[in-house]
Write a protein that binds this ligand. Structure first.
Ligand SMILES: CC(C)(COP(=O)(O)OP(=O)(O)OC[C@H]1O[C@@H](n2cnc3c(N)ncnc32)[C@H](O)[C@@H]1OP(=O)(O)O)[C@@H](O)C(=O)NCCC(=O)NCCS
Length: 217
């Protein structure tokens, strides 16, 4: 019997972000079987079927059907806390999550990227930067040299991060933001769209504007 070596993928999170992840998975030679989502009303996500909920993971994992052999899962949920929760659930089950990198991304050899992280189209990541697990490095963003991007961070489209910046766990950088070099951002920070960060951010919370300031509203 010829072994079925095609890599299959079920994507968790049937939303717009999931559709983009599906495209990147395909470009990395995965056959996308479908999505699972805890919203049972979702039957389709674009051209893909929604084939179950989180509780069905074990059923697919343990299936004898060749259709589900060589199966991988990927968490494609934009919300950082939810992505962390489900990523940890997969880890508990011993499921290794791949790292997905769009072929157009330019990444230096010295960069390390954790499992379950997606790097989208036209991203640039420069020398000696470390990107953690289950992060989203979204379309056309850049992360320069010597940065530390901790686990469960989302860097939105068009964000530019200069050299030697640290972004703490679960922090979300809004679309089009710029961050100058030698800056450190705490965990659980949200930076609003189009901001410019020019100082360390030590407290959790929402910040936006040019320069970015804490929103006390
Ligand atoms: C920062 C953010 C999270 C705040 O959301 P929110 O708490 O719902 O805030 P609101 O929309 O209620 O806005 C509150 C006030 O802040 C202002 N504000 C919100 N975001 C702002 C931003 N990025 N820059 C400047 N002002 C902003 C609003 O104009 C509003 O001002 P007002 O009270 O004078 O009318 C959101 O506005 C944002 O920028 N999200 C990023 C979205 C993004 O990057 N998406 C990419 C997905 S891939």
């Amino acid at each position: 019997m010829i072994e079925n070596t095609i890599k299959k993928m079920i994507i968790i999170g049937a939303g717009g972000h999931g559709k983009v992840v599906a495209d990147i998975a395909k470009k990395n030679q995965y056959e996308v079987i479908g999505f699972i989502d805890d919203n049972e009303n979702k039957k389709k996500n674009g051209k893909y079927d929604v084939i179950g909920t989180i509780k069905d993971i074990d059923m697919y994992l343990n299936s004898d059907d060749d259709k589900y052999s060589n199966l991988y899962f990927f968490v494609a949920i934009g919300n950082n806390q939810m992505r962390e929760e489900i990523s940890k659930l997969l880890m508990k089950k011993g499921i290794i999550q791949p790292t997905l990198i769009h072929p157009s991304a330019v990444i230096d050899d010295s960069v390390s990227i954790g499992e379950g992280t997606v790097v989208m189209a036209n991203v640039v990541i420069n020398a000696d930067t470390n990107v953690g697990s289950a992060c989203i490095i979204n379309t056309s963003s850049s992360v320069d040299h010597d940065c530390i991007i901790e686990d469960y961070v989302h860097i939105s489209p068009g964000v530019h991060i200069a050299g030697t910046v640290k972004v703490g766990k679960r922090t979300w950088i809004g679309i089009g933001t710029s961050i100058i070099n030698n800056i450190s951002l705490n965990e659980y920070v949200i930076i609003g769209a189009g901001s410019s960060v020019i100082k360390d951010i030590d407290d959790k919370g929402i910040y936006f504007g040019i320069p970015a300031k804490k929103n006390y509203g």
